[in-house]
Design a protein around this ligand. Structure first.
Ligand SMILES: Cc1ncc(COP(=O)(O)O)c(C=O)c1O
Length: 433
């Protein structure tokens, strides 16, 4: 590790541990396109996009221009007690982008966490029902009720279980292909009491292990929610907004959720989130979800620029093509590696499931930890989810050459990590997930 990067990384001890999730000692000074530059100058191919937040890549001119425009003469710092053009226009654009019927509203926040939190609280208030349903191994946020509705947090004990928040299994076509009917039966049972205000679903389970549900699953979920009078909240925060090769991940099953939440890549690194849903849910009670700087001129200007750039550069279609090339490339390059159980995903939301061997499909979390470390040593940034699944989510601007380089890096990283090139001591300081 370069001594400049090491020095910076050592100084990081002043930042609170509660907000860190580290996999290797990554200390960065800049970024451009699909590349990050480590302190000291080493270039790293970014295969995470900061957990998808940098969908537009790093240093995109559209983001710079939007920020400069907003900073030149900002109309205050938030939309709490005044309206301004970018906030209203962004809300209109999100309504156009998101399918739905009737009178709808857009809530603006700072992070996927608060968008989900407000969606849940508003759903409970609007329906008068006390319960919330989410999926096991889900992730919806790191604060408030959104955290309590995150299977990953509850399972890890990082938040106390809440009696009003229920969890039901998500289908797992790779490990439990025969359990699908049971999953649907459990869902029916959870909704049967007609006391569930809302069901939160990730159309692709991301932090839980990049699990792609069977075709038709979301349609079954939506039909059941409608029959039970439960609002369906689709969490598009991580793998939505173009990444799956469609604007929304839920489009795959042609459903129209009641509420859709956005975050991460909407702001290209600038904090902003949104929840889109019925006016009857999001208008009442007034003044019950106040954040002083929500809807601020910088975040809303950038989000508008992000949506415009996605359109102008055809990035949704690009995500579908690049994702196909990446998956095919990875399957071919790792065909000889018995530790690669499956390469799956949609568009540029890709999971590489690492196992002790293909026959057993047993998860290999140690190999995942060592692989991400080795890939970093070789010149790439990738993290793992669900304990043993490499989550490959590069910026949507990735070129074909970069896709091919990603394939090489990942295949070499897996092969060398499984051959023992990374020691236990090297990964010991990094708890990861
Ligand atoms: C599906 C999903 N929803 C919500 C969130 C929370 O977003 P944030 O960390 O920006 O608050 C995340 C974060 O990883 C996520 O993956």
């Amino acid at each position: 590790m370069h001594e400049t990067a090491q020095r910076l990384y050592d100084r990081d001890r002043v930042i609170a541990g509660v907000e860190k999730l580290r996999f290797f000692p990554l200390a960065l000074e800049s970024g451009q396109g699909s590349w990050l530059v480590e302190a000291g100058g080493r270039r790293l191919l970014d295969l995470s996009a900061t957990w998808t937040a940098c969908g537009l890549g790093h240093g995109h001119p559209a983001v710079r221009e939007a920020l400069l425009r907003a900073a030149g003469a900002p109309p205050g710092a938030g939309a709490l007690s005044a309206v301004h053009e970018d906030a209203v226009a962004l809300a209109e654009e999100l309504l156009d982008l998101t399918p739905g019927t009737g009178d709808r509203r857009v809530y603006f926040g700072h992070a996927g966490s608060d968008a989900n939190d407000v969606a849940i609280r508003s759903a409970v208030h609007a329906t008068g029902r006390p319960k919330v349903l989410a999926f096991e191994h889900s992730y919806h946020g790191g604060i408030g009720v959104a955290m309590k509705a995150s299977g990953v947090h509850v399972e890890a004990g990082s938040v106390a279980a809440d009696k009003q928040v229920l969890f039901t299994p998500y289908p797992d076509p790779y490990r439990e292909p025969d359990r699908y009917e049971r999953v649907i039966a459990d869902l029916d049972e959870a909704l049967a009491g007609r006391d569930v205000a809302c069901l939160l679903v990730e159309p692709i389970l991301s932090d839980g292990g990049l699990v792609v549900p069977p075709d038709g699953f979301l349609a079954e979920v939506a039909a059941r929610c409608a029959a039970a009078g439960t609002l369906l909240v689709c969490d598009e925060v991580k793998v939505g907004l173009g990444r799956p090769g469609t604007w929304h991940a839920f489009e795959h099953d042609r459903i129209t959720p009641d509420i859709v939440t956005f975050g991460k890549s909407l702001g290209a690194g600038v904090p902003i989130s949104a929840a889109v849903g019925p006016a009857a849910v999001f208008d009442e009670p007034g003044a019950s979800a106040l954040l002083t700087q929500a809807g601020n001129p910088y975040s809303t200007a950038v989000a508008r620029a992000v949506l415009a750039a996605y359109r102008a550069e055809g990035l949704v279609e690009r995500a579908a093509q690049a994702g196909e090339r990446l998956r095919q490339g990875l399957r071919k390059a790792t065909a000889h590696l018995d530790v690669v159980g499956e390469v799956r995903g949609r568009g540029l939301a890709i999971g590489v499931d690492l196992v002790t061997d293909r026959a057993s499909r047993e998860r290999d979390p140690e190999l995942a930890a060592k692989t991400v470390y080795r890939v970093w040593e070789l010149g790439g940034v990738v993290f793992y989810v669900g304990g043993n699944v490499l989550e490959v989510t590069p910026p949507l601007v990735i070129t074909d050459d970069e896709v091919d380089r990603a394939v090489e890096l990942l295949a070499q990283g897996i092969e060398e990590a499984s051959a023992g090139k990374v020691s236990d001591a090297q990964i010991a300081p990094f708890a990861g997930w």
